[in-house]
Ligand binder design. Sequence first.
Ligand SMILES: Nc1ncnc2c1ncn2[C@@H]1O[C@H](COP(=O)(O)OP(=O)(O)O)[C@@H](O)[C@H]1O
Ligand SMILES: C=C(OP(=O)(O)O)C(=O)O
Ligand SMILES: [K+]
Ligand SMILES: [Mg+2]
Length: 527
Amino acid sequence: MHSNHLLLEEPIRMASILEPSKASFFPAMTKIVGTLGPKSRSVEVIASCLNAGMSVARFDFSWGNTEYHQETLENLKAAVKSTKKLCAVMLDTVGPELQVANKTGNPISLLGDGLVVLTPDRGQEPSSKLLPINFDGLSKAVKKGDTIFVGQYLFTGSETTSVWLEVSEVKGEDVVCSVKNSATLAGSLFTLHASQIHIDLPTLSAQDKEVISSWGLQNKIDFLSLSYTRHAEDVRQAREFLNKLGDLSQTQIFAKIENMEGLTHFDEILQEADGIILSRGNLGIDLPPEKVFLFQKAALYKCNMAGKPAVVTRVVDSMTDNLRPTRAEATDVANAVLDGSDAILLGAETLRGLYPVDTISTVGRICAEAEKVFNQDLYFKKTVKYVGEPMTHLESIASSAVRAAIKVKASVIICFTSSGRAARLIAKYRPTMPVLSVVVPRLKTNQLKWSFTGAFEARQSLLVRGLYPMLADPRHPAESTSATNESVLKVALDHGKASGVVKSHDRVVVCQKVGDASVVKIIELED
Ligand SMILES: Nc1ncnc2c1ncn2[C@@H]1O[C@H](COP(=O)(O)OP(=O)(O)O)[C@@H](O)[C@H]1O
Ligand SMILES: C=C(OP(=O)(O)O)C(=O)O
Ligand SMILES: [K+]
Ligand SMILES: [Mg+2]
């Protein structure tokens, strides 16, 4: 990666763009979250997804019951075992999502310039004249002239499989809308998005709570993707709920910003959340199109400076049905990386798309190319300046480790970590080489039983750009003595060699505690 001399913000010789890229062991440092569904739930396909670079599996509870998702998860476990690739699990909530259930699955055609009624009467059959929704308060929330989009997972409100409605009249509980574009709604579930309207439903619905305390708890989910996060309070309440479930107190909460309310309260939400999902699908129809890029750049900058992982969604919609992305999509993926994204989330593309595996590998290849030209030096200076002085000891150690690794052209940074904090701080400085985060388990007790921490921390780094976790043997206690540190380091180096990231004579930067002191060491490997 670092032998490549092309750098953005510096002149690039055009012909050098055509030089083939050197193959690197890692598909990309940017992580890929894949939503598992009908087209990606067999052991074989999931194994191929893992080999192609997916490191987090997302289970979207907007549809499908716990049995369905459990079956998928069991297949994921089998695929992890057979591929020996780690994968974290993300539960995505329904939240205050407005839905139309179309049980028969018969397509519903709406004609441009016609009228359609949205009714809270769930007893009615959906038709081209009437769409029953799961919310009683829509007639009170909207007024004449408001915009509502209805469609499937992938909708943009403008293509022929989703519609754009304008409220023409509120009649009692019903909302009469004029249809702006002709479209055929297909599938068993449609999503509604009332643009820039507050929906008075809780962010964690009763159904979400039920799913989290059964499926989530049983599977000790690594991430909760909190759909339609609108206030910091939403995150605090979700945290309180997870804490009450004991085993989920370590689950990280990723706030999904998908409407104006979430955008307006972004700063407070970022403070409370462990990470952010830039849900460009919904947000992209709430925002005027000309404003989407600015939200992305501003939000990613804030996440980067806070050292919290950020995930960008909806990048290669067209790959749901096609083997190649459009030029605009391909450029967009690279720009998400250059703007600072930690991960790319694939939704419909892997869930119900025809090419889940190809989508992952294509996105991975684009990310890897963008990472190579990412101007780390500029980014590093910007981050150091933002953090200011005095830095905390840990942050100063972390940034120094990155600086040293670049100066000596180290092939990898090895970071010992217990809470995962040190490894995340190193990743914050966006090193150009992978960071092997060696999570050393700690013994803990809840006064009933003893257990080791570390598994959550290791899997959660699968969503951070550049971090590759390795869980050390719990027989090496976290209370580090030089002897145990040395033996863990040897295991880490062997791991690095086996996976091809480190070779003989490479330089490696190590970040660890020796006694009470935090140290950054540079070591040169022998044969
Ligand atoms: N088990 C360990 N052995 C050696 N060094 C460690 C260990 N755990 C953490 N460190 C080092 O201690 C510092 C703090 O790391 P951090 O991940 O925040 O862990 P902690 O939970 O112990 O605060 C970092 O420099 C890290 O590399
Ligand atoms: C990922 C998104 O949301 P979901 O897929 O949960 O509707 C989005 O809106 O971009
Ligand atoms: K969802
Ligand atoms: Mg969404």
